[in-house]
Design a protein around this ligand. Structure first.
Ligand SMILES: NC(=O)c1ccc[n+]([C@@H]2O[C@H](COP(=O)([O-])OP(=O)(O)OC[C@H]3O[C@@H](n4cnc5c(N)ncnc54)[C@H](OP(=O)(O)O)[C@@H]3O)[C@@H](O)[C@H]2O)c1
Length: 265
């Protein structure tokens, strides 16, 4: 299959790209930075010489760049089977009234405007080629949960679930399927701030992450297997379910997880 993943030069997007390639599929790598795209394409191309690894820089907040990403994928693969809207950003962890305008605008542009642009470009194209699947990446806030310092990110991910549900309803009966992807809590650059920006609450956050978080290498095989197995509009692949969360808290009494030390963080 031919798969496009936005925001796939690092983190969960890159991890999913590797897992698809391991299973013999072809990948289009993308993110805003040309050098990062070139590096990822070279590294993955060398690691998986029997698969096609393409790359195209794209800021999902720019409609014409999303169109160019589709065009590059279509001309490189001739058909796109799966498009994953993974690109996302989180801002500074401060109350909204202290958040700089540029910070929340950037989050909204990537997580909301980018989501809309990608779906607006890709849905008609998938329809024209006879079908395909789109997966939208959820995050904290998708289930309505709130937390101090995450109001904007949470609002964007809450909106993403609403949008995905609405558009899946609109697509019912068509060959285009719209689905939900949720990685749980994953140790990536988005989640782990650089040492000089960790602040007072970091030790507490770290404690919770040691209970609930996982690595890219643990989560992405699950996500990719779920995507490849799904065949219905409105399907959801979610890693951190309520029973799993409950079990993690119960088992934390006798099982001490340390997710950071092996990663050198
Ligand atoms: N990590 C978690 O615990 C977690 C939990 C739930 C949901 N998620 C979601 O999972 C997705 C991936 O997160 P991650 O943790 O892997 O983040 P990450 O490590 O920071 O990677 C984000 C990727 O998106 C790209 N990107 C950022 N803004 C972009 C834009 N405007 N246009 C195109 N690409 C852009 C980045 O590259 P450039 O900066 O070079 O563009 C990078 O490749 C996000 O949607 C996030 O909200 C993450």
């Amino acid at each position: 299959m031919n798969i496009v993943i936005t925001g796939s030069t690092k983190g969960i997007g890159y991890g999913m790209a590797r897992e698809f390639l391991k299973r013999g599929h072809n990948i289009m790598i993308s993110s805003r930075r040309t050098e990062a795209v070139a590096l990822a394409v070279t590294d993955l191309g060398n690691e998986f010489p029997d698969c096609t690894v393409l790359g195209q820089p794209c800021d999902v907040a720019e409609f014409d760049q999303v169109e160019a990403l589709w065009d590059a994928a279509e001309s490189g693969f001739s058909q796109v089977d799966i498009w994953i809207n993974n690109a996302g950003r989180d801002g500074m962890k401060v109350p909204f009234f202290a958040l700089p305008k540029d910070d929340y605008m950037q989050t909204v542009k990537t997580n909301i405007v980018g989501l809309l642009h990608c779906n607006r470009v890709v849905i008609p194209k998938l329809y024209q080629q006879g079908g395909g699947m789109i997966w939208n990446m959820e995050g904290f806030g998708s289930n309505g949960m709130t937390r101090r310092g995450v109001s904007v990110y949470g609002a964007t991910k809450c909106a993403l679930r609403y949008f995905t549900k609405s558009v899946a309803e609109e697509l019912a009966g068509t060959p285009v399927k719209m689905c939900y992807l949720s990685p749980g809590i994953v140790v990536t650059d988005m989640l782990v701030p650089p040492p000089d920006q960790r602040g007072e609450g970091w030790e507490q956050v770290k404690k919770i992450m040691n209970t609930l978080a996982d690595t890219v290498e643990t989560v992405t095989p699950f996500l990719v297997e779920g995507i490849l197995a799904a065949d219905r509009n409105g399907a959801a692949v979610r890693w951190l379910t309520r029973p799993k969360i409950a079990w993690r808290f119960i088992s934390s009494r006798f099982l001490k997880r340390d997710i950071f030390t092996p990663l050198g963080l």
